[in-house]
Design a protein around this ligand. Structure first.
Ligand code: PGA
Length: 240
C-alpha cells in the first residue's frame, strides 16, 4: 500500500482531489467510486473549485457511491444522495442520470443490491474508488464482525457506527439502524483505491490497516490484498 501523509486536513483534501482531477483529465469518461462523510467534504470542495476554474469537465463522468442509509428518502438532508447532490453533483456539470447512490427507499433491498452489483459490472468496474474509514475500521458500511460480505448488501449498523454518526442527527435515535453498502468484492472491482483518513480518532484503525494482519474485526485490513491502494491521511491519523 502506498502511503501519503499530509500535514493536515486541508492538505489531505487537496492531495486526494488532485488524484481525482488527474483521473478525470486522463480519462474523461471515468467511472468514479465516491464516498460520503466528513472526511471527503474538503476534497469535494477542491474539485468544485477546479471545475469553477475551468480545469475539470464532468460531462462524461459516471459515479457510483459506496453506501446509503436504509431506509431513508433522498430529500432527507442526512441521506447520502442529498450529501452528494449538495457537495458535488449540483455544483459541477455532471449528468445526474449518470450518478448512482444506493436507493434508501428500495422496496426490495435484496433485489436492489443484486441490481447495483450488476450496474457496477456493466460499467466495467470503477476506475478510481474513494474510501473513508470508520473509527472501527469499517469501509463503506462493511462493519467489523465474524464475517465480511463480498457483494452489495443490506447490513445492520454496529453500535459504534451509530454512535459515531449520531453527530449528524438531532438525536442518536434518529440514526438509521441499517444501510445498503457495496461489499468487499464490489469495492475490490475498482482498478485503483484511495482511502482517506483525518484526525486522531482514526489512528487505531489506520495502524491496524497498515499492520501485518487481515482481520474481519477491522475490515480495512483486507485492503492489503488489493494491488493498487493509496492511503492519503493527515499526521494526526497517521501518528495518533
Ligand atoms: P467520516 O466517516 O468521514 O465521517 O469520519 C468515515 C466512515 O465512516 O467511513
Amino acid at each position: 500500500m502506498k502511503v501519503i501523509v499530509c500535514k493536515n486536513y486541508d492538505e489531505m483534501s487537496a492531495t486526494a482531489a488532485g488524484e481525482l482531477s488527474k483521473q478525470i483529465c486522463e480519462k474523461p469518461d471515468s467511472v468514479l467510486g465516491l464516498a460520503t462523510g466528513s472526511t471527503p467534504e474538503g476534497m469535494y470542495a477542491c474539485l468544485v473549485k477546479d471545475y469553477q476554474d475551468g480545469k475539470l469537465d464532468f460531462s462524461k463522468i459516471t459515479t457510483v457511491n459506496l453506501d446509503e442509509y436504509y431506509p431513508i428518502t433522498p430529500d432527507n438532508d442526512q441521506s447520502y444522495r442529498y450529501f452528494m447532490n449538495y457537495h458535488l453533483f449540483s455544483k459541477v456539470n455532471i449528468n445526474l442520470a449518470n450518478t448512482n447512490v444506493p436507493d434508501g427507499t428500495a422496496k426490495d433491498p435484496d433485489a436492489f443490491c443484486a441490481d447495483y452489483e450488476k450496474l457496477i459490472d456493466s460499467l466495467g468496474g470503477v476506475d478510481l474508488q474513494i474510501l473513508g474509514i470508520g473509527q472501527n475500521g469499517h469501509i463503506g458500511f462493511n462493519e467489523p464482525g465474524d464475517i465480511l460480505y463480498p457483494n452489495t448488501h443490506l447490513t445492520d449498523l454496529t453500535d459504534s457506527t451509530i454512535k459515531a454518526n449520531a453527530r449528524f442527527f438531532d438525536s442518536i435515535d434518529d440514526v438509521p439502524k441499517q444501510a445498503l453498502t457495496m461489499g468487499i468484492a464490489s469495492i475490490f472491482k475498482a482498478k485503483r483505491i484511495i482511502i482517506m483518513a483525518s484526525g486522531k480518532s482514526k489512528h487505531d484503525a489506520i495502524a491496524k490497516m497498515l499492520g501485518e494482519t487481515i482481520e474481519t474485526k477491522c475490515p480495512a485490513t483486507i485492503l492489503k490484498l488489493h494491488p493498487n491502494v493509496t492511503l492519503i491521511c493527515d499526521e494526526d491519523a497517521y501518528n495518533g
